[in-house]
Design a binder for this molecule. Sequence first.
Ligand code: NAD
Length: 344
Amino acid sequence: MIRVGINGYGTIGKRVAAAVRAQPDMSVVGVAKTRPNHEAATAVDSGFDLYAAVEEREPRFAEAGIELAGDVEHLVAESDIVVDGCPSGVGAENAAMYREHDTPALLQGGEDADAVDASFVARANYDSVTGAELVRVVSCNSTGLSRLIAPLREEYGIEKVRATLVRRGGDPAQSGRGPINDILPDPVALPSHHGPDVNTIFPDLAIDTLGLKVPATLMHTHSINVTLASEADAEAVRERLAAESRLFLIPGWLDLDGAGDIKELAGDAGRPRADVWENCIWGESITVEGRDLYLFQAVHQEADVVPENVDAIRAVLGTASAAESIRTTNEAIGLEDSLERGQF
Ligand code: NAD
């Protein structure tokens, strides 16, 4: 069994912890928290051992009636690999601790690419991170773009990607984020950071990205134009993308007109936290004009990187091939079953 530590148990950390625990070849050593809040309480209720991330705050856990298994250094020492789910910038600060303990670690998309040895998307560059000490699972948007780009490159070749990312203002629990009533070009100057970020996965890809932020919390929506290197027709593209386990082609009859409906379906289907791990591509939006492909996809920012983190664990430790890992991860969390039914 691969012993996995989770440092930072917030939006991403708690989802990765649950997904890791579901795997047949992994166990969760424990999770590190800075303070005894509601997430610490549910971690304990879920049976995870809790470790203190900040030594001086250890007494606060005892005051809240929460027993600690140790501090974060113990967690790192006891783990074969650590998934760092700390806020942007903190992961890079933690890197020295991971290196000191000779424990490989996965950082998240909020960290700079130069803080790590390699960036990761399972469908695109699984084999390239084996043996690396520090790996970054790229952001939700970069993951969503890379999953789409990988099969298109293989099948048709790509001359250029142009993507406009309509991004949610914040996650549902981020009450301090915005905009509340506006539509913001973000950043105003092109390109947004997403294109260069995707280039950490596909270094030679020509890609321009534009970003906007809107008053929404549920998902991001991407408007995509890919100039393919060879001729294609829309139906063939649909079939090619539908064959990818982490791309969900929304059939018209489901009548999913936006992120609200998609999340409603995920919840009704019993997905944990109504999580949507796949890119959701509106099948009817797939249009080809000459070599120009157009489509819309929605990406659940809290969830799409979760199976990627699980695969990155096996990729770094070299315990499974890409195909084996993706299949195991999907089956363990229930992604594969849902797709076999043709819906969530
Ligand atoms: P979050 O704020 O929801 O969770 C971070 C957790 O880490 C919190 O519980 C916080 O208390 C804890 N923490 C803070 N300092 C810590 C420390 N020193 N040691 C241990 N724990 C500490 O953040 P998040 O949204 O889960 O983001 C985590 C990372 O994942 C960031 O790099 C982010 O960019 C990336 N990411 C976030 C999303 C998203 O939509 N939320 C999507 C993809 C990637």
